[in-house]
Design a protein around this ligand. Sequence first.
Ligand SMILES: [Zn+2]
Length: 169
Amino acid sequence: MIRPILRYGSEVLHAAASPVGDITPDIHTLIDDMIQTMYAAPGIGLAAPQVGVPLRIFVADISGGRLSGDLLAFVNPELVEASGAQHEDEGCLSIPGFTSTVTRPTRAVVRGLDRDGRPQVVEGTGLLARCFAHEMDHLDGTLFVNRLRGLKKELILRKVKKLSRSGKW
Ligand SMILES: [Zn+2]
């Protein structure tokens, strides 16, 4: 089932998410829904708070569904290594219509559980490292605009506020 994606300003997006206890059938349903929602958007990553669930889960597929081996689901992920710096444009399904250059690691290693509760460690470079850093941020209540400074940040937040006020957000 495709779930609605919450936007900047929704409380759950701006708070740290809680660890998952048991991986119950409800968690499986949530992960399946998140995958479907990510592909439908379309996006390359989605964190549970973006669909209103304050749990430490994210899904990612930097191929956007074109390469079957690229789909990842992480439960209780931790960023165990990050190195290098890349400066590329980045967007977020919770801040549609806006992108900005965000500095991210060029290499990131995430450790956690897969959807069946098995431990997994995945090393990402390039776009996947960016995706990992972005999704891990979501689980701590941080969106990419929170990483911007000065005028860039103000411009995006001012436009978002304007859209909210006119009911278009
Ligand atoms: Zn995002």
